[in-house]
Design a protein around this ligand. Structure first.
Ligand code: UDP
Length: 371
């Protein structure tokens, strides 16, 4: 008998496991995949840490989270500054003076602000109620058309008019020459990869892989006082109220016999015609070097294709619109009636969490649960 059975060896589960062990509890972690680390999993390919489930760049303003996670990994100084490719025109992201200069030829912040204001007024939006209106009122119609619309509709598979405004607010808009994608005090990639960081969190903890909790639920439930469940909340209840919507992602990975494919870790393809949303060139997360600091002669790239999730696929992004919000609320009510089970993480809480927010949420839960 364990004190805690933790379902899912991703960030939420690993942080909870670490803290529970430290509090003297007995813990078993299971995961249905053949590896730990959930979607932050990285795998070494030809000396390069490949982000197998999409690019993850750790960033936070939360000092408590930063102090916590840096006990389990050393972070390099990587700063995310993706490039947008619109039919061969290259733009700086996030939206900043370099972007505005390339788009309109404006040189000063006043000129850029005036251009945005002019387009905002022409569109006549006062209270943005969806992603399209929010985007236009933040950066104007030209940037919306060239850098947002196609990318967003590919990523989410829905028109921008049907998506929640908050998604676009993830991106900063700056009247300075600052290409740092995140407004975060602390940022970087764990040296040696995320898998190593999660392995450190799980150090000394029993982990069983290839174990599907929902397939043998009763058997597993009998093994522990409490369950921390980090899988999809609707799957837990066998979709009995209907399925929540998720976006899934498919990756085409290629190893190329050349040292430099695109000169940047991330290039977003913001037109609607290119079928992939972005290409990641993994070596640039670590400045093109191997662990010994040598330049790598080859490179690994991943083309990212977005698709609607269907049962059997890996869920990546919850579609946090109104309809799904209502259904999630109903599942949450059911979840609250499960006395033995705590639901956590991106899938357990159906929330578009960043890594730092997942860690913060797991630490909060630990404080309540392990006190
Ligand atoms: N986005 C965009 N163009 C870009 C990059 C992002 O329009 O080149 C929008 C898009 O709607 C996306 C949102 O900004 O869903 C958030 O992007 P972010 O990079 O935060 O997404 P993630 O890295 O989580 O996939």
């Amino acid at each position: 008998m364990y004190d805690y059975l933790i379902v899912g060896a991703g960030l939420y589960g690993a942080v909870f496991a670490q803290e529970a062990k430290r509090a003297g509890k007995s813990v078993l972690v299971i995961d249905k995949r053949p590896h730990i680390a959930g979607n932050v999993y990285t795998e070494k390919v030809e000396g390069i840490n490949v982000h197998k489930y999409g690019a993850h760049i750790f960033h936070t303003n939360n000092k408590k989270v930063w102090d916590y996670i840096t006990r389990f990994a050393t972070f390099n100084r990587f700063t995310n500054s993706p490039v947008a490719n619109y039919h061969g025109e290259l733009y700086s992201l996030p939206f900043n003076m370099y972007t505005f200069n390339r788009m309109w030829g404006v040189v000063t912040p006043e000129e850029a602000a005036a251009k945005i204001e002019e387009q905002r007024q022409a569109a006549g939006i006062t209270e943005p109620s969806n992603l399209e209106e929010q985007a236009i009122s933040l950066v104007g119609t030209d940037i919306y058309e060239k850098l947002i619309k196609g990318y967003t509709e590919k990523q989410w598979g829905r028109p921008c008019t049907e998506l929640p405004a908050f998604i676009i607010k993830r991106l900063p808009v700056r009247l300075t020459f600052d290409n740092n994608y995140f407004n975060a005090l602390y940022q970087g990639i764990p040296v040696g990869g995320y898998t190593k960081m999660v392995a450190n969190l799980l150090d000394g903890i029993e982990v069983r892989l290839n174990e599907d909790y929902l397939e043998k639920k009763e058997q597993y439930d009998a093994m522990a006082e409490k369950v921390i469940y980090t899988g999809a909340i609707d799957a837990y209840f066998d979709y009995k109220l209907g399925t929540l919507e998720y976006r899934s992602v498919r990756f085409e990975n290629e190893t190329l016999d050349k040292p430099n494919f695109q000169g940047n870790a991330a290039v977003n393809y913001t037109d609607v015609e290119t079928p992939w949303t972005r290409i990641i060139e993994h070596k640039w997360f670590e400045f093109g070097k191997d662990e010994e600091g040598n330049d790598l002669p080859i490179t690994v790239i991943s083309r990212e294709y977005s698709s609607e999730w269907k049962p059997g696929d890996e869920p990546y992004y919850p579609v946090n619109d109104e309809k799904n919000g209502v259904l999630y609320g109903q599942y949450k009510e059911l979840a609250e009636k499960e006395p033995k089970v705590i639901f956590g993480g991106r899938l357990g809480e159906y929330k578009y969490y960043d890594m730092d927010a997942v860690i913060a949420s797991a630490l909060d839960m630990c404080e309540r649960e392990l006190a």
